[in-house]
Ligand binder design. Structure first.
Ligand code: DX5
Ligand code: ZN
Length: 223
């Protein structure tokens, strides 16, 4: 299976959100990544249910909702109703993670678990059978446009081994500082889903940039 690309609308133009979603619909993007921030788990606020409901109405692609919020159990049903297809919670925000991911699946969504750069992937060992995706954060969550933290590469390799050894059907997603220069290397390290915000929406041709992320091996020298 070729890897997936999930542009993050955190960096979209919210004054022209419909235009940006239509661009994603017409691009080779696979999912639309929605970053939800509560000002507590991360030092920033983003957007909530009304925006995701609106995106769902016009999106032709699955919604990949990344919760950077404390106590996400309070809102799982609401995110399902808002249109989430994949719902990812932060490992560090969940006291009873097994219960949380089981509930996400029971509600009919794919369950993702995100780990911050400082959280080792070995801590996921006992929850892997209940997860559909692991999101390795390659920046400290909270803001778009930050630099990729290189040490997280080792975590991708370690997680790939854990998943393959256990025979799990789990996608590895990376989020933070992904661009057209590191995409190929990340895919070769074992990543299944690339999230990219500022690289896509800061580009003069976002649809073309999504294509470069989707087919990084075809990138010409100098691009
Ligand atoms: C960061 C968010 C990311 C963000 C990525 O907290 O989870 O999804 O949008 O932005 P870039 O691709 O600009 O690093
Ligand atoms: Zn994200």
């Amino acid at each position: 299976m070729s890897h997936l690309v999930a542009p993050s609308i955190l960096s979209a133009d919210f004054g022209h959100l419909e235009r940006d979603i239509v661009m994603l619909n017409n691009s080779v993007a696979d999912w639309i990544h929605c970053d939800i921030m509560d000002g507590l788990f991360v030092p920033n606020l983003s957007f909530g249910f009304p925006v995701v409901e609106y995106v769902k109405k016009i999106s032709a692609k699955p919604l990949d909702v990344h919760l950077m919020i404390v106590d996400p159990d309070r809102y799982l049903t609401r995110w399902k109703k808002a249109g989430a297809d994949i719902l990812t919670v932060q490992y560090e925000a969940c006291v009873h993670l097994h219960r949380t991911v089981t509930e996400i699946r029971n509600l009919g969504m794919k369950a993702g678990i995100a780990v911050n750069p400082h959280t080792p992937v070995c801590l996921l060992e006992n929850v892997l059978p209940y997860a559909d995706m692991i999101l390795i954060m390659t920046v400290n969550p909270g803001f778009g446009g930050q630099s990729f933290i290189e040490v997280c590469l080792d975590k991708i390799t370690a997680l790939r081994q854990m998943i393959d050894k256990g025979g799990f059907d789990i996608l590895i997603q990376v989020d933070g500082g992904v661009d057209t220069h590191n995409a190929d290397m990340l895919v070769k390290a074992g990543v299944d889903v690339l999230v990219a915000g500022s690289t896509v929406f800061g580009s003069s041709d976002p649809a073309e940039t999504i294509k470069l992320l989707k087919y990084p091996e075809e990138k010409k020298p100098g691009e």
